[in-house]
Design a binder for this molecule. Structure first.
Ligand code: FMN
Length: 328
């Protein structure tokens, strides 16, 4: 019986390693084409980051699904010294992976330069299971970013032949008790985008509930109080803001308004109206107008700034202003 189990395990791992080698080739090819390596220029405009290590692209597949679903930024964690096929021979007790995983102080160096995590609320952290746990490069990531991770939500996910994620997360949690750890999820090779989506949608506590009343506005760097309409357009704006802040470069137009592109389309319900000073409207589904004077046109009303005509003129009667919408 023992013999049978040993043979079965050997076949299982040979299968895994051979598929790793195939994928490794893909991975190396990808790297030599310059893809995935060039992440120093990461633009931190979204609120969610997917940081992951993937040697043979199984974890990358899941990471890509999360990036699509969450409209998240990507950080592929790359080892300074790449792993070769020999490094990953699991049964060789002299292989690099074996030695690293059995050395509690091992922290393989990360190749990508440090990025600014300030803007992220949620960080998905992905890795393959190696000998039951997360690869030590994930420990390096947690050490390198220890201070900037405080207060953030970390959602671990992994891929593996069969091992579940629990033990690996228990160990990672010991490295930083100032982050909000989620219990995480293990995915198989065969996991689909729908599996990933259903996991995300059912994760308790991932998203705080926000309402349209949490929508805030800044004009040229000044926080501006405004009353918001409760309609389909402002609800749509709320949904868009859950993913990222919106900054509009507006221009004075017609001596009565500031107008600028949202960079996206919102649901609209235009009606003919004559605007008053302080009105904030959606124009043509994709532009915002804020009035310091008045105009008659077809707009969707989004809100109103309760400032005097003089205050509005001082604020808005300029060639250019920057308007920012964000969630409190
Ligand atoms: C060195 C090494 C050790 C592994 N140890 C385990 C293990 O303990 N349990 C398991 O289920 N799978 C194990 N695997 C299989 C990987 O977790 C699995 O193939 C994973 O999906 C690879 O992800 P990646 O393609 O993102 O690198 C191991 C693979 C390697 C290379």
């Amino acid at each position: 019986m023992k013999k049978f189990i040993l043979i079965f395990l050997s076949i299982f791992f040979i299968f895994i390693i051979s598929s790793c080698n195939d994928n490794q080739k893909d991975n190396n090819e990808e790297n030599s084409n310059g893809n995935n390596n060039n992440q120093e220029e990461i633009i931190t405009t979204n609120k969610t980051l997917v940081a992951y290590f993937s040697q043979t692209n199984n974890t990358k597949k899941i990471a890509d699904y999360i990036i699509e679903i969450e409209d998240a930024d990507e950080l592929r964690i790359l080892p300074k010294i790449e792993y070769t096929a020999e490094d990953l021979v699991y049964y060789d007790e002299t292989s690099r992976s074996w030695l690293e995983q059995n050395d509690e102080n091992a922290r393989p160096e990360i190749k990508n330069s440090k990025i600014d995590l300030t803007n992220y609320d949620v960080i998905y952290l992905g890795y393959p299971i190696w000998y039951g746990y997360a690869p030590k490069i994930i420990y390096s990531f947690l050490d390198d970013y220890k201070d900037s991770l405080a207060g953030k939500k970390i959602v671990p996910f992994c891929t593996s032949g069969s091992t579940n994620i629990k033990n690996s997360v228990d160990e990672l949690m010991k490295l930083n008790n100032e982050v909000m750890w989620f219990k995480g999820m293990r995915f198989a090779d065969s996991s689909s985008k729908e599996d990933v989506e259903s996991w995300i949608n059912n994760m308790i506590g991932l998203r705080e509930e926000k309402t349209i009343y949490d929508i805030k506005m800044r004009i040229s760097g000044i926080d501006i109080n405004f009353d918001i309409e409760n309609n389909e357009s402002t609800l749509d704006l709320l949904e868009k803001l859950k993913k990222k802040d919106i900054t509009i470069s507006a221009n004075r137009y017609g001596g009565f308004e500031q107008v600028g592109p949202l960079g996206l389309t919102l649901k609209s319900n235009d009606v003919q109206m004559t605007t008053s000073p302080g009105d904030i409207v959606l124009y043509s589904s994709n532009q915002i107008c804020i009035f310091f004077g008045s105009n008659s046109w077809r707009y969707t009303l989004l809100g109103h700034i309760n400032l005097s005509a003089t205050e509005l003129t001082n604020l808005l009667n300029k060639e250019l202003v920057s308007i920012q919408f964000y969630l409190a």
